[in-house]
Write a protein that binds this ligand. Structure first.
Ligand SMILES: N[C@@H](CCC(=O)N[C@@H](CS)C(=O)NCC(=O)O)C(=O)O
Length: 303
């Protein structure tokens, strides 16, 4: 069994970013399928409340959010770098741009086009997730404009590819490619016929096909209960705390996403890096689980 466990579902776009990164590194990993809507009892048992997908588990360590997951994969498995030397700034900027800006165009483009076919239970769940109505009428109205935005985003990539070559940072793929790719994959797989090819954007579709061909590395399946068994028999890695966070050591804190899916994780503050915060939780039957969240996009308050 591989040490890398990814809690995901196949249709999740943020998981596709991570899966392509696993492919770039050609890593062996175990896929645990989680439900697409709440409840997700086996996931929230591990995370302490965080419900979003993807979540990475390595033994008794749980990493929330794709931005932290890819950073952790890089730390533990540095071969075939996701952040090539000299390109880190560009890679981080492309990831932020894709996760925020391109994603915000992809959602109305897709749901404005296929909205009538969406399961009402999914609509209800996503309203609870965002705290806002799932405005299908509004998404339908803006769908053509959102599609134009998607193409405008693709044009930015085509411009870079004209200079960079096969991939965004040169001859080898990296996180920039995985991050830039997944929203187009999301649109093309969920709403076929909408934006299948961009023939007039030289180089774009050939790049898209190259990233798709990278694949997902060596994937196996693992059941949700087997993933819990792994947590049960594992100890989390030792953590360190930055000097600037030392006052928080051993205090009970709550960390939560600040955009949507804000369910808090409550635990004892045990670790920090410039990129992440770590809380320890004692879970009946599982023992100590350390949950890591990114700093960016997350809040910390006293529990
Ligand atoms: N910033 C988060 C966003 C994750 C996200 O929005 N994931 C979607 C699925 S792709 C989600 O969790 N949707 C609600 C759900 O699955 O319960 C990340 O990068 O991981």
């Amino acid at each position: 069994m591989s040490d890398i466990i990814l809690h995901h579902y196949d249709t999740s776009p943020f998981s596709e970013k991570v899966r392509i990164c696993l492919g770039i590194k050609n890593l062996a990993w175990s896929a645990v399928d989680q439900p697409t809507i709440m409840p997700k009892p086996d996931l929230t048992l591990l995370t302490g409340g965080y419900r979003r997908i993807p979540v990475l588990q390595i033994g008794g360590d749980i990493y929330c959010d794709s931005q932290l997951i890819v950073r952790e994969l890089e730390r533990r498995f540095p071969q075939k770098p996701l952040y090539p030397v000299g390109c880190q700034g560009m890679v981080n900027a492309i990831e932020q741009w894709s996760d925020k800006s391109v994603f915000q165009s992809a959602v109305p483009a897709i749901f404005g086009s296929i909205g009538d076919r969406v399961d009402p239970a999914f609509v209800k769940d996503r309203e609870a997730l965002s705290g806002q109505p799932f405005n299908l009428v509004g998404m339908k109205a803006v769908a053509p404009f959102a599609l134009g935005q998607i193409k405008a985003h693709a044009a930015l990539l085509a411009q870079q590819l004209a200079d960079s070559g096969a991939f965004l940072a040169g001859i080898d793929p990296c996180l920039a490619d995985a991050a830039a790719y997944y929203n187009f994959w999301f649109v093309r797989s969920f709403a076929p016929g909408l934006a299948d090819r961009f023939d007039d954007l030289a180089g774009f579709d050939a790049w898209y096909d190259r990233v798709k061909a990278i694949g997902h590395g060596q994937r196996k399946s693992l059941s949700r209960s087997e993933a819990l068994d792994v947590a049960k028999v594992s100890e989390p890695e030792a953590s360190t705390i930055l000097a600037s966070d030392i006052d928080l050591k051993d205090k009970t804190v709550r960390v939560a996403a600040t955009d949507y899916g804000r369910d808090p994780i409550i635990g004892v503050f045990v670790g920090s890096t410039p990129y992440s915060l770590t809380v320890a939780r004692n879970v009946p039957d599982l023992g100590q689980i350390n949950v890591h969240v990114p700093r960016l996009g997350y809040s910390l308050s006293m529990g």
